[in-house]
Design a protein around this ligand. Sequence first.
Ligand SMILES: Cc1cc2nc3c(=O)[nH]c(=O)nc-3n(C[C@H](O)[C@H](O)[C@H](O)COP(=O)(O)O)c2cc1C
Length: 194
Amino acid sequence: MQAPKILVFAGSIRSGSYNARLAGHMAKQLALADAEVTQISLADYPMPIYDGDLEKEEGVPENAKRLKKLMTKQHGVFIASPEYNSSITPLLKNTIDWISRLSDEGEPPSAAFRNRVFAVGGASPGRFGGMRSLITLRTILEIGVGALVIPDMVSVSDAKNAFDERGDLNEGPAKRAAAAVAARLIEEARLRAT
Ligand SMILES: Cc1cc2nc3c(=O)[nH]c(=O)nc-3n(C[C@H](O)[C@H](O)[C@H](O)COP(=O)(O)O)c2cc1C
């Protein structure tokens, strides 16, 4: 049986990002459960802010095309989403917006988001663990671009104290939620890998 391929990334490129740490933790959990994990940083896929005129003049940026191609090879995707003013980061929204513009011939709109399963999580130094960004991200993915998102989520509050020196989540509810998300994501991704 083919190992499910899962892409993992965070909606922050800040050095020391808590969400990059959460992405790292999830990548490890998924790899331990025998997924073929690819972890990327959006720093390696810089894109200008979406602008319809730019798209008309220059087309969709190469980095959006590269990322769409990578996403299309996956059976599952995990996104760690920071919360900015109750929503997702402009970086993450911009990335989704550009990629949603790409469909090859015969593909449905927002092709990169279809035919694979998504899971979301978030980390914040605050009390609510970025939960509002997760609700917004879920809406964008499900209603905006037609993705299937598993119901389980992981939300890491007090993120400053939530990780050990290796970058793993400390024992507690967030670690248990992360394990549940990883298990469900793999299960759903595996259905798409066979
Ligand atoms: C513009 C801005 C708005 C923010 N708004 C929120 C917020 O609404 N809720 C929250 O929990 N944290 C908020 N924060 C704090 C972020 O959660 C914190 O900066 C976090 O470290 C960002 O994620 P990262 O560590 O992955 O970069 C905000 C930060 C910035 C820069």
